[in-house]
Design a protein around this ligand. Structure first.
Ligand code: UDP
Length: 247
């Protein structure tokens, strides 16, 4: 979060730098089955973010000491390509990517019927090809679709979204400048049907009222994002049905 007070991110009419209103999402596109060798995959474009997700498993957890006799272990790995950001990102894991991998693993764990696969692991590789703020929630949204596309039983899809505070106003889905120079950023992961929160982090400060306003905005947007997820999965099954019909 920057403090540059001279940068105006929202104009008098409530229009943001990229032309959006306060409660408007950036454009989102999701495609499934983009990688042949993965058990499930998804590609998401969310504003300027471009992220590929590959899912493998369930398969026997290795090394053995990572096995859980009661359930599958979710091993999500979030990685940013060196070329995904303005200033070259040093390849390999860092504190940020380890943290994001952990919170995404935990969020997916709540959605997947892990108890059906004791001693197994499910690998979820999240590769950020182009980053433009909100990569963790875009990655989580796509990961959830990729897991479903792998045919792994799930209780619910996880929808990721952020809201935050920019120029003193609560806004949905922060863009890059808003993330850099805004006052708060609240990424959340929500189970689509139950509304249960499975990921919540916060950078900056919000009052209780602002937090409630931001959360309400996220819940409202989650329905729209979930429709895009479901449409991507429906597209997969329509294509399969056509293949079968043509046999
Ligand atoms: N970013 C960057 N270099 C880095 C990490 C992040 O340029 O090493 C940018 C990138 O565009 C990212 C944004 O900063 O999307 C916000 O990062 P944050 O840690 O808030 O995570 P995100 O919003 O992507 O989940």
């Amino acid at each position: 979060m920057g403090t540059a007070s001279d940068i105006k991110l929202i104009d008098e009419k409530g229009i943001r730098l990229d032309g959006r209103s306060l409660s408007e999402l950036r454009p989102i596109k999701i495609e499934t089955d983009v990688l042949e060798r993965a058990d499930g995959s998804a590609y998401i474009e969310w504003g300027g973010n471009k992220i590929m997700v590959a899912v493998y498993g369930p398969r026997e957890a290795y090394p053995k000491h990572t096995q859980d006799i009661d359930k599958a272990v979710i091993k999500a790995r979030y990685n940013m390509a060196a070329f995904s950001v303005d200033e070259r990102k040093r390849p390999g894991p860092d504190r940020r990517s380890v943290e994001i991998s952990k919170v995404i693993s935990e969020a997916l764990q709540c959605a997947i019927m892990v108890e059906q696969f004791p001693r197994a692991q499910i690998d979820v590789y999240i590769e950020v090809l182009q980053a433009d703020a909100g990569t963790r929630i875009a990655g989580l949204t796509a990961a959830s679709v990729a897991v479903a596309a792998a045919g792994i039983p799930m209780r619910d899809l996880v929808v990721g979204c952020t809201a935050g505070k920019v120029d003193g106003k609560i806004v949905l889905d922060l863009g890059k400048e808003e993330d850099n120079f805004g006052q708060a950023d609240l990424p959340m992961g929500i189970l689509a049907k139950s509304g249960k929160i499975v990921l919540m982090q916060m950078d900056g400060d919000l009052t209780t009222e602002e937090f409630d306003e931001a959360t309400a905005m996220i819940y409202d947007a989650a329905k729209r994002i979930n429709d895009i997820q479901r449409e991507a999965l429906a597209g997969k099954y329509r294509a399969l049905a056509m293949e079968r019909g043509g046999e």
